[in-house]
Ligand binder design. Structure first.
Ligand SMILES: C[S@@+](CC[C@H](N)C(=O)[O-])C[C@H]1O[C@@H](n2cnc3c(N)ncnc32)[C@H](O)[C@@H]1O
Length: 293
């Protein structure tokens, strides 16, 4: 079987299994099995595959056909250009979360060169902490997660990207594990935001392979936003910002929630499909510091 025939055959199989973009996925799996960049396949379309290559690609395609995520099969993904290892203990980083990283960079750049303290709340694979630390070398980044297994992955990713010295990881529930004296110039978070009952309706790649802890936002999906609205101000410096990702269709409700807790919505940015997803918030300082209303 040639490279082209293997791609066509695999793409047909993946399409029948309901996998999105089956041709692209087949090419990526074949390139992985052959240890070459995907585009190089195009130069080798007529090359016959060895029996060993064929067996290797068959196994990868079989796994993808069970709807195991491509990133789990490949073992890693790219987030803002950084390599991030993933497994079943962490959410696979999503493209829209790269926009949250970009907003964080912009805020830190506009703030000037003085060192900033940044918190990544619910770090998962560590992708946000890593992207912020790498692009803002003077920032001291802290990352918290309740999942010990996720933190193991995040620490390995920090090491992979040579950022161990710049990121401190904390294990525990919400703000609890953080030293009391720590205050942040920026808190970023992509919290779990799927309403509990909706999880069963998601694509198998998400429903069966992303950790439930990373998805489940409670009955209406907003539990973590309530918690952040009530607690985050106590951990922010006066000119600090909270930048959050929200689920589709949740932004308006989340903004209302924060406004009720005396936050100011500074910016709402849309994702690549023009849906409002990234919220920048600051706490009304006069209220926080108790002098006036
Ligand atoms: C949606 S994932 C985001 C992961 C990563 N920041 C990203 O954007 O890809 C949410 C993360 O929050 C963590 N988490 C859930 N409940 C938590 C809690 N009570 N305290 C701290 N982290 C929590 C989950 O383990 C998960 O890693």
């Amino acid at each position: 079987m040639t490279v082209l025939e293997a791609i066509q055959h695999s793409a047909g199989f993946l399409a029948r299994k309901g996998v999105e973009s089956p041709r692209l996925q087949a090419e990526l799996l074949l390139a992985h099995a052959l240890g070459m960049p995907r585009l190089k396949l195009y130069l080798d379309f007529e090359q016959p595959l060895t029996a060993a290559n064929l067996e290797a690609v068959r196994e990868l395609v079989r796994r993808r056909g069970t709807r195991e995520p491509l990133q789990h099969i490949l073992g890693s993904t790219s987030f803002c250009g950084f390599e991030i290892k993933v497994n079943r203990h962490v959410l696979v980083p999503r493209p829209e979360t790269e926009m949250l990283a970009e907003s964080a960079w912009q805020f830190l750049a506009a703030r000037g060169p003085s060192p900033a303290a940044v918190l990544d709340f619910g770090t998962g694979s560590g992708c946000l902490a890593i992207a912020v630390a790498a692009r803002c070398p003077t920032a001291q980044v802290h990352a918290v997660d309740v999942s010990v297994e996720a933190l193991r992955v995040a620490r390995a990713n920090a090491a992979l990207n040579n950022l161990n010295a710049q990121i401190q990881f904390h294990s525990g529930d919400g703000f609890d594990p953080l030293p009391r004296e720590l205050e942040f110039d920026l808190i970023v978070s992509n919290p779990p935001y799927i309403p509990s009952a909706e999880i069963a309706t998601l694509a198998p790649e998400v429903r069966d392979h992303d950790p439930r802890l990373a998805l489940d936002g409670g009955g209406d999906g907003l539990d973590f936003y309530r918690r952040l609205a009530a607690e985050a101000a106590n951990h922010l410096r006066p000119a600090g910002r909270l930048i959050l990702e929200s689920g589709e269709g949740q932004s308006e409700q989340i903004c209302q929630l924060f406004v009720q807790h005396k936050w100011v919505v500074e910016k709402v940015e849309a994702d690549y499909t023009a849906r409002p997803r990234i919220l920048t918030l600051r706490f009304a300082a006069d209220v926080k510091h108790g002098s006036t209303v």
